[in-house]
Write a protein that binds this ligand. Structure first.
Ligand code: PMP
Length: 304
């Protein structure tokens, strides 16, 4: 990733990609406290547009607030930085990674006296769980690792340290040949995927796990609004893993994962073992919206 052409926005200005470096004694590298976002931009007939830019940028600021990290830039500057990075790299469709992290003034757990830095990078990134996954669905395994308790890492923040838990879960699942992991909370109820929120469809109704120990996903919010448009309310429930085994359809949502059907959990086929009809309808509406083909959702698109 470090060795490529292009530009990264770094503390207020665009710098050549290879020069966007930081010191090995950066506080965030040692203690895992940085906050970041995953954002996507899509090609539309009116040019490239970043999907729900304001909501992602607000979540970044909220994540920093939760962890007492000073944010050196206004929301408008951070939004403009993301637009600028897409423009400067001449990208049509891409993934964006804004990050706020601590510098290298000192070691020790306290962050007092340590400065924060802000960077935004963008690069082309296709279907996170594979093109085939989007169409046919993926195979998921329940993780032996629990999702963090809400008083361990706070789930409203998208904070790097949470992802050590995600990485363990993802590795465990993928090393056993599955595509992704599903994490339960410390009480054994379904929380979320390693980097995705989960929805299920049962008897024509859509349910999601209670959001207590999961990230409040922006794709999740978009799906809830799309479902409403179809006359379907999404009901939060305390879901158990066997609720998923016997549902009609299940799907993951996330900026990277978009809307990915889950066709199997723990070697139990979900529904027909294919992308279900409700999932397909929501997924195709989602791609219409991000692709600028639904004028009523134009307010979700920030054209570069
Ligand atoms: N949960 C986790 C743990 C994630 O990393 C992500 C991806 N950001 C999501 C859920 C989905 O969030 P969003 O739709 O905002 O990308």
């Amino acid at each position: 990733m470090a060795d490529r052409d292009g530009f990264i926005w770094y503390d207020g200005k665009l710098v050549p990609w290879r020069e966007a470096t930081t010191h090995v004694l950066s506080h965030s590298l040692h203690y895992g406290l940085s906050v970041f976002e995953g954002v996507r931009a899509y090609k539309t007939a009116k040019g490239t547009a970043i999907f729900r830019l304001r909501e992602h940028t607000q979540r970044l600021i909220n994540s920093a607030k939760i962890y007492h990290m000073p944010v050196e830039h206004s929301i408008d500057t951070l939004m403009e930085a993301q637009l600028e990075v897409v423009r400067a790299n001449k990208l049509e469709s891409c993934y964006l990674r804004p990050i706020i992290f601590y510098g290298s003034e000192k070691m020790g757990i306290s962050t007092r006296g340590v400065s924060t830095h802000t960077a935004v990078a963008a690069w082309p990134w296709g279907a996170y769980l594979g093109e085939e996954g989007l169409e046919k669905g993926i195979r998921v395994k329940t993780s032996s690792y629990a999702r963090h308790h809400v008083n361990v890492t706070m789930p409203r923040a998208k904070v790097a340290s949470t992802y050590a838990n995600s990485i363990l879960a993802n590795l465990e699942a993928t090393q056993d040949g599955y595509d992704e992991a599903l994490l339960l909370d410390v009480n054994g109820f379904v929380a979320e995927g390693a980097g995705e929120n989960l929805f299920i469809v049962k008897d024509g109704k859509i349910y999601e796990p209670e959001i207590a120990s999961a990230l409040t996903g922006i794709t999740r919010d978009s799906v809830i609004q799309i479902a409403r448009e179809f006359g379907l309310e999404v009901t939060p429930r305390r879901l158990t893993r066997d609720d998923i085994y016997i549902c009609d359809e299940a799907f993951f949502t996330g900026t990277a994962a978009e809307v990915t059907p889950v066709r199997e959990l723990d070697n139990r086929t979900i529904g027909s073992g294919r992308r279900g009809p409700v999932t397909e309808r929501i997924q195709s509406r989602f791609f219409e919206i991000v692709g600028g083909k639904a004028p009523e959702y134009d307010h979700w698109l920030a054209y570069i």
